[in-house]
Design a protein around this ligand. Structure first.
Ligand SMILES: [Fe+2]
Length: 493
């Protein structure tokens, strides 16, 4: 098949034919497959977004900021049974730290977020650490797809944004497709749709309840309705509830949050409009927070209006009497000038919802620009005293500073840990408890940092109870890890 794609072909046929065309370059193959991309009844053929993606594919060069410096992808998959350590890895630190991120294997993607996923895995035992990294080998990776090609088949995931463990499965997640299951050796297994029950994309930010073991999540769509669907998976991994939630327009919904009894949705105004080239901030669209009982329905959602803003990530939320407390990294806006406008200078805010009066109090908690907020995951949906956040530096592109912060939310104080000057950038700080029954904040912070001058990425282990002190251990990695996306600590059984 070398001529125009057959528009009646199904996705499987296109995949097979694409794999049989070794004479095509990756960008030629991508353009050929893109031509036949379809989504149910939605006409993507002449949309401005389609033209934008196609034009970008024709003209992009490696000068795009997401292909420069430590945003740029790496190409080697390596395995090290033991890495040299400076300091001492606590012997009680037993388990794995897995981290996913954007790592395009060939053609330059239209956007930072659309590089295929690569998982980096650190296995800790007996004071030693092993490391390996692997691409998530979905069709998106195998065929070097672009955004538009991946539309219309929920298995065509970049699987590039997060990796979680639930009910014995490791799931590599993006937010417009199904999850992909991977093995503990980071091999790619298969697309996972919960025995055929999942009927929407799955967010990259599910929440696992520490009390019930349930995994709660949502999926949003922007090319077609329903724009939002909520799902509940029980502790054994069975999808037991799906509910369509009405929202007035398609919006980017990257994260959500839970409390002990509620699921909470953020209907914020990063609106999708193909005629405007995709997502853009529309202050006039308003902003709402929806609170629904975890086993509720669309009819039971209570919506609270908040000031128009952008929120990529939520720190946590919990119930306090008749109130619901929600802590978010909030920016005034994002994507004002288009999808690649990601100079997010968010700071930590708190929304306090009064479930009796319907009122909302909006309070800025801290002044540090930062994102990628994390807590002790054993406090998800429960009152939390501590939070951890990666600092951001003002710049035209998303730029992490050299500092991570520990917030004591009860005392409204902060401790800063800096890894150096302007040439150093931190990644997401992830908390690993000292043991299963350890107190909140009793454990370690795992945080990567990258030095632009040496081009070395380092894994740092901080004692959370001595946050500003020198790391208890540092591991200089054999190859750098590009900026971007999320990871989690998975304690050994
Ligand atoms: Fe995220």
């Amino acid at each position: 098949m070398t001529g125009a794609p057959n528009p009646t072909q199904n996705i499987d046929e296109r995949v097979r034919e694409s794999r049989q065309e070794p004479h095509l370059t990756s960008s030629e193959r991508r353009r050929a497959v893109t031509t036949s991309a379809r989504l149910n009844s939605v006409n993507l053929e002449d949309s401005p977004l389609r033209k934008l993606v196609t034009m970008t594919a024709e003209t992009q060069t490696s000068t795009d900021w997401w292909m420069q410096g430590n945003y740029a992808p790496i190409t080697e998959e390596v395995t090290y049974e033991s890495l040299p350590v400076v300091g001492k890895i606590p012997s009680a630190l037993r388990g794995s730290y897995l981290r996913n991120g954007f790592n395009p294997p060939g053609a330059v993607p239209f956007h930072w977020f659309f590089g295929a996923g690569m998982v980096h895995g650190f296995d800790f035992a007996d004071g030693c650490v092993a490391y390996r990294n692997r691409y998530v080998r979905t069709p998106y990776f195998e065929q070097d797809m672009d955004l538009m090609t991946a539309v219309g088949d929920l298995t065509f995931s970049p699987a590039n944004t997060n990796i979680v463990r639930h009910a014995g499965r490791l799931l590599a997640l993006e937010e417009a497709h199904f999850p992909w299951e991977i093995g503990t050796d980071l091999s790619t297994l298969q697309s996972h749709n919960f025995d055929g029950k999942l009927n929407s994309p799955m967010t990259a930010h599910p929440k696992i309840c520490p009390k019930t073991g349930e995994m709660l999540f949502f999926g949003y769509q922007f090319f077609q309705q329903p724009y939002l669907t909520y799902h509940r998976v029980d502790a054994r991994g069975t999808l037991v509830q799906s509910e369509v939630i009405d929202i007035p327009r398609p919006v980017m919904m990257h994260d959500f949050t839970i409390t002990e009894n509620h699921a909470i949705f953020f209907d914020l105004p990063i609106v999708f409009d193909m005629d405007k080239g995709g997502f853009h901030f529309d202050r006039d669209a308003g902003a709402r927070v929806g609170v629904m009982p975890r086993n509720g329905t669309n009819a039971t959602v209570r919506w609270f209006e908040v000031e128009a803003c952008s929120v990529f990530h939520c720190l946590n939320s919990y119930e306090r009497g008749d109130e619901i407390v929600i802590q978010v990294c909030r920016a005034k806006s994002l994507m004002d000038s288009g999808m690649n406008d990601l100079a997010d200078q968010s700071v930590l805010w708190q929304w306090t919802l009064d479930m009796v009066t319907g009122g909302v109090a909006e309070t800025q908690l801290y002044n540090h620009a930062g994102d990628f907020p994390r807590i002790d995951d054993r406090r998800v949906g429960q009152p939390n005293r501590f939070g951890y956040i990666a600092g951001l530096r003002a710049a035209a592109t998303p730029t992490f500073s050299a500092s991570v912060f520990q917030y004591d939310l009860d005392e409204r104080t902060a401790i800063e840990h800096s890894f150096g000057g302007t040439e150093t950038h931190v990644f997401e700080p992830v908390f690993a408890p000292a043991h299963a029954t350890a107190a909140e904040n009793e454990g370690w912070i795992l945080v990567l940092s990258h030095n632009d001058t040496t081009d070395v990425t380092t894994l740092n282990i901080l004692d959370a109870q001595h946050f500003a002190a020198a790391p208890v251990a540092t591991i200089a990695l054999p190859q750098r890890i590009p900026f971007g996306a999320h990871g989690n600590w998975m304690p050994a059984d």
